[in-house]
Design a protein around this ligand. Structure first.
Ligand SMILES: Cc1cc2nc3c(=O)[nH]c(=O)nc-3n(C[C@H](O)[C@H](O)[C@H](O)COP(=O)(O)OP(=O)(O)OC[C@H]3O[C@@H](n4cnc5c(N)ncnc54)[C@H](O)[C@@H]3O)c2cc1C
Length: 552
């Protein structure tokens, strides 16, 4: 299929059109949930030639898929749990994403594994990393691990206390902007013909003669309810999957256990290191991850039973992260350096009632309790494509005709085609566009070859090429693009999941909320009162996320 950015557009007109289809047409597959797994299912099924619709109650990636550690990895700690199948599968996916599927979004990243005991540690960790590198198979998207001596440690990670760390091993994984990546999967699904509508919640089953024949859905804003006809409904609702079963009056074949994971965000100046760092903790691991001009440090892994929509970091989470990092860091990091925090909920498939959340397998489960309903749970962000393929393989059994096998292994995500050529020409592009190389790099890593869409918008309205925040690479065109091409419908969608200013800016985008709202209001048809309400809602949300820091 040829890449055409027009076919992949998500905006108010497309939503209107797809909503009309939801009301009137019958689909082969209706996907409930627009996280990475739901978006992956929509792409997998549409690419097989099936007629697909996806509904998302809020925004793409508004659940767990915007709140991960943003690593595309095999998971060293799963290796320690002897979960070789999961590690091999995830490493294979990592290699595909870095090379062909999403090179614009998924970037190799090195991690230093610090050693504390001279010989035993080096042999044990060295053997583990050898296995880790071997499990990926024949592909070589990221470099092989290497040994780091005590003297080299100081060049690579000056902030690691030489009194405690005697050397290390450097290994490679990859990182991704999770929310943007999920969005690009959704756009690729759109390009393959899927109908995608956010702000539509599934509220029950549609039954004909007692058989599931689709779903009852509700437009969250207008409150209007209607039925969507589909031969199979696939629940990809992450931590909400069990409530979906309740709505369908079905009994799930698995239990979901929620585990809260918190990250803190620190300025680059807080830690002197040229690489990511992985630290082993008593219960799990802690990552210190470079993220633009910041560090993401996390995560925690604690059982959770509270509100699912907006989980928050509390003070004990932040203290735990700081204490664990400070076991090896000099100078120590302090709570007053923390720029922001975010918390996410892992949807873990629980095999038994009281198993510890850190030990529960990250493998996924496909459940097919009755004809017309399939659900998928568990897994990891990294393995979304395999999860999607498995869910669709289960669903097609109910279609009554032969359906081609999954093809997503070879489908580049939107923006990947042509990215490598553009990447080689950053300096030239910067001169041609009169932009800094930092801005061009930033745009390429977010939009890939769709950067040309932004250039086209700037050609029509040159002021869209202006910087949004002095000294930072974001431009005004990105704000507009979020609503004209990327399906954003609220200030929160734009600032939190398209631009990521909620975590990437010290003031979380609150100071420019009015400017951003002004740029998108004409397209979304907002009145002055709606602009005010959007700003108030966003400011309130950011305040709640920062509350645990304010307590200090
Ligand atoms: C702290 C943390 C760190 C992590 N780090 C990593 C990592 O580094 N690498 C990795 O591989 N994995 C990681 N994971 C795991 C990974 O993030 C998740 O496995 C993945 O994002 C889950 O995606 P999902 O699509 O299943 O769920 P979600 O992203 O939660 O999507 C479910 C969607 O369904 C929607 N929904 C729910 N109910 C309805 C309804 N009734 N109607 C319509 N829509 C509905 C929700 O709004 C939501 O958007 C991490 C998880 C956490 C919490």
């Amino acid at each position: 299929m040829t890449v055409s950015s027009q076919a992949s557009v998500l905006n108010p007109a497309q939503r209107h059109e797809d909503l009309a289809k939801l009301r009137t047409e019958e689909f082969d597959i209706l996907v409930v949930g627009g996280g990475v797994v739901g978006a992956g299912i929509a792409l997998d099924a549409a690419a097989r030639g099936l007629k697909v619709a996806l509904i998302e109650g809020n925004d793409f990636a508004s659940g767990t898929s915007s709140r991960s550690s943003k690593l595309i990895h095999g998971g060293l700690r799963y290796l320690e749990q002897f979960d070789f199948k999961l590690v091999r599968e995830a490493l294979h996916e990592r290699e595909l994403m870095v090379t062909t599927q999403a090179p614009h979004l998924v970037k190799p990243l090195s991690f230093l594994y610090p050693l504390h005991k001279r010989y035993i540690d080096r042999i044990y960790v060295g053997a583990g990393l050898m296995l880790y590198d071997l499990l990926r198979g024949t592909m070589r998207a990221v470099p092989w691990h290497s040994h780091i001596s005590t003297s080299d440690m100081q060049n690579i990670a000056r902030s690691l206390d030489p009194e405690k760390v005697i050397g290390g091993l450097l290994y490679y994984d990859a990182q991704v902007d999770d929310a943007r990546h999920t969005l690009m999967i959704a756009r690729t699904a759109k390009e393959h013909g899927a109908s995608l509508v956010t702000g539509i919640r599934c509220v029950g089953a549609l039954r004909v003669n007692g058989q599931i024949a689709g779903a009852q859905v509700k437009d969250v804003k207008s409150g209007e309810e209607f039925a969507v006809k589909a031969k199979v409904v696939i629940g990809a609702a992450g931590i909400w999957n069990e409530s979906l079963y309740e709505k369908f009056e079905l009994t799930p074949g698995y239990k979901i256990k929620m585990s809260k994971g918190v990250h803190i965000i620190l300025p680059k100046s807080a830690i002197d290191a040229k690489t990511g760092i992985i630290l082993k903790t008593a219960i799990s691991v802690l990552f210190i991850i470079p993220w633009g001009d910041e560090w993401l440090v996390g995560t925690t892994d604690t059982p959770y039973t509270g509100d699912r929509t907006s989980p928050l970091a509390d003070q004990s989470d932040i203290e735990y992260i700081i204490n664990e990092a400070n076991k090896v860091l000099v100078p120590q990091i302090r709570i007053d350096q923390v720029i922001s925090t975010y918390a996410g909920l892992r949807p873990l498939v629980s095999p038994a009632k009281d198993s510890s959340t850190t030990k529960i397998s990250r493998e996924h489960t496909v459940d097919h309790p009755v004809p017309g309903f399939v659900s998928i749970a568990g897994g990891k962000y990294t393995t979304y494509r395999v999860m999607a393929k498995d869910a669709v393989d289960a669903a097609v059994k109910d279609l009554g005709h032969k359906v081609p096998a999954s093809t997503t292994r070879t489908i580049p995500l939107f923006g990947a085609d042509g990215y490598r050529e553009l990447e080689k020409n950053i300096t030239h592009l910067a001169q041609e566009r009169q932009m800094s190389t930092a801005t061009i790099t930033h745009l390429l890593n977010r939009y890939g070859s769709a950067i040309t869409d932004l250039f086209a918008a700037i050609a029509v309205e040159p002021q869209l090429g202006e910087l949004l925040l002095e000294g930072q690479p974001y431009i005004k065109a990105e704000v507009r693009y979020a609503v004209t091409h990327e399906g954003a419908r609220s200030l929160e969608d734009v600032l939190e999941r398209r631009l990521r200013l909620s975590i990437e800016s010290g003031e979380h985008g609150v100071a420019i909320a009015l400017l951003v709202a002004g740029l998108i209001a004409p397209i979304l048809g907002w009145s002055d009162a709606e602009i005010e309400s959007e700003i108030a809602t966003y400011t309130q949300k950011m305040k709640a996320e920062m509350a645990s820091l304010d307590e200090r």
